[in-house]
Ligand binder design. Structure first.
Ligand code: NAP
Length: 292
């Protein structure tokens, strides 16, 4: 297939790109002119179109002559992307959304819902995939920071009781699931949650990450409500913070998701966090981001 991909410079985008190339597809990437991440595509046999996924002219160039669009850059841009596909006459659309669409917090779920609605109402041949937290390399947003912190600190602050559930997905498992969602028959008009193998508590996630590094860590419980109040105050004062109050609030919510549909339709079989985080620790060690 000839496939255009948005968001190819992100971790999930790069992983999907690599799996598409390995499977022999021809790939065109739409990358913003000002992207500081363009070099990440280096060494790959891809066509790069400079442009913005929200811009009509860019989409027309990027979609000319392709069979499908893999839209990784953000479901929030779905209305513009859908309109661009209609104009270009491209029917097949794979969209990355997020399991945060299931969140009870509107600030998390609302934008994803609205984006997904634009896709679902589009009459295109769409499939939506919803990753949980993505991890596996220095390009991830959370676990690599956790590993680097644990590499340096014998103490780790856990907000609340740490019993809330997480189910992060290893980037390569997600990429294989997404490819399968794009090419398998019977996936049109369906949305698939793509989490890691099993949920684990936040405490266990931190302890497992420390073990992957070969470090010992002591968890220090930080009461949730006072921490949120302090963070909100600091935000009002516009102080730079490593974590937002809304992120801490969301720690009260379990992020565990069944994936029977993905198993059945996509042959989805993600690895356990214990296994994936060891791979990530090895990667960070190799590039010198954590100690040997
Ligand atoms: N990270 C996670 O743990 C996670 C979890 C669940 C779902 N997701 C979903 O996975 C996707 C990627 O997430 P991410 O966290 O990896 O995001 P990210 O790091 O912010 O990357 C976004 C990607 O989209 C590109 N992009 C952004 N705006 C664009 C525009 N207007 N036109 C063209 N390209 C644009 C960025 O390119 P530049 O190189 O120009 O920045 C980058 O490649 C999103 O759909 C997100 O909702 C992520």
């Amino acid at each position: 297939m000839r496939i255009t991909i948005t968001g190819a410079t992100s971790l999930p985008g790069l992983s999907l790109l690599d799996v598409l190339l390995r499977e022999g597809h021809e790939v065109r990437c739409i990358v913003r002119a000002e992207s500081p991440n363009r070099a990440r595509l280096g060494g790959r046999n891809v066509e790069v179109v400079s442009g913005d996924a929200t811009d009509e002219a860019s989409l027309a160039r990027a979609l000319d002559g392709v069979n499908a669009l893999a839209h990784v850059a953000g479901v929030e841009f779905a209305p513009q992307v859908v309109a661009g596909m209609r104009r270009a006459g491209v029917e097949r659309l794979l969209v990355f959304s997020s399991t945060s669409v299931h969140s009870r917090y509107e600030f998390r779920s609302g934008p994803k819902h609205r984006g997904e609605e634009a896709v679902q109402e589009s009459n295109l041949a769409w499939t939506i995939v919803r990753p949980t937290m993505i991890y596996g390399s220095e390009l991830d947003k959370n676990i690599h920071r956790l590993l680097r912190f644990l590499d340096r600190s014998p103490l780790y602050p856990v907000f609340g009781d740490g019993k809330n559930l997480w189910q992060p997905v290893y980037h390569e498992d997600l990429a294989r699931g997404a490819l399968s969602a794009l090419i398998s028959t019977g996936t049109v008009g369906r949305a698939y949650d793509l989490p890691g193998a099993d949920p684990l508590t936040y405490r266990d996630l931190v302890l497992t990450a420390a073990e992957a590094l070969g470090r010992k860590v002591r968890l220090v419980r930080v009461p949730l409500e006072p921490a949120c109040r302090a963070l909100r105050l600091a935000e009002d004062l516009r102080l730079p913070l490593p974590v937002k109050s809304e992120q801490v609030l969301r720690l009260r919510e379990d992020k565990a998701y069944p994936y029977e549909d993905a198993k059945r339709d996509l042959g989805y079989s993600p690895r356990a966090f214990t296994e994936g985080v060891k791979l990530e620790a090895a990667r960070l060690r190799e590039i010198g981001l954590v100690r040997a």
